[in-house]
Design a protein around this ligand. Structure first.
Ligand SMILES: O=C(O)[C@H](O)[C@@H](O)[C@H](O)[C@H](O)COP(=O)(O)O
Length: 237
């Protein structure tokens, strides 16, 4: 099975690449072009990226693209509630692989905030997201095999509110089924309002997850919330 075998809504555009290196390179070209167009149009561009392991090659490729990075704001779609010098930190991942080479000139707005409670940390993170140019120009989502995206995980008491198109909170406290358990996630309205949304996934297991998500609902598989609107899906075996 490949991505072209899925019965996806017509708003979704798919890109099938032969391997992860080609996916990273083509996605970096696409995102760099979109950011350059945004800078051309309004003088600034905002980009939100996901953490995890898959984006590393994409970050490395994008970091070398020649665009006016001094006019680019980079943020995260989610964060683990760990200090930014820890290996599990998405900020640490972005600083190591994306904020280097040409992209070192970009402005990074992190999500991690020290706070006495998970809820207060999410509230403070939401304030930092409001520093970014809105609507966000580019969002690059990942997806877990359970159908989560960002840190919108099934089974969370706050998931329905976070997926509500009227959710007023930019960031929400979430719990992941794997450590580090406490997460901060952007809510559906912030992610869905991005001018251009990408989903980058690899392998047959995630293709099967996407196939199941098409027949599921967002509360069971949160990625489903993003499949009824324009989305560029990059996939390789
Ligand atoms: O903080 C995170 O872990 C990510 O933001 C998360 O949403 C990620 O995109 C998926 O879990 C896929 O992760 P992989 O790319 O490692 O499979």
């Amino acid at each position: 099975m490949t991505i072209s075998d899925l019965d996806l809504p017509k708003e979704i555009c798919t890109h099938e690449l032969t391997d992860a290196t080609r996916l990273a390179t083509q996605l970096a070209d696409d995102v760099a072009g979109t950011l350059s167009a945004a800078i051309e149009a309004s003088g600034v561009a905002s980009l939100l990226v996901s953490g995890g392991r898959s984006p590393i090659a994409f970050f490395e490729a994008l970091s070398s693209r020649p665009l006016d990075w001094s006019h680019v704001q980079i943020g995260l779609v989610d964060e683990r509630r760990v200090p930014v010098d820890q290996a599990d930190s998405n900020e640490a991942l972005v600083r190591q692989y994306l904020l280097r080479n040409q992209a070192a000139a970009a402005t990074f707005v992190g999500l991690y905030r020290e706070a006495p409670t998970h809820e207060e940390a999410a509230r403070l993170s939401g304030q930092s997201i409001n520093e970014l140019r809105r609507p966000i120009d580019v969002v690059v989502l990942g997806m877990g095999e359970d159908g989560h995206t960002a840190s919108l995980f099934p089974g969370n008491p706050g998931l329905a509110a976070a997926l509500d198109s009227q959710c007023l909170d930019s960031c929400v406290p979430m719990r992941a089924p794997v450590a580090p358990y406490e997460r901060i996630s952007l809510s559906y309205p912030v992610l869905a309002s991005a001018r251009r949304r990408y989903l980058a996934i690899q392998g047959s297991a995630k293709l099967e997850t996407l196939r199941q998500a098409l027949r599921s609902d967002p509360l069971q598989m949160p990625i489903r919330a993003f499949l009824d609107q324009p989305l560029e899906i990059y996939w390789c075996p």
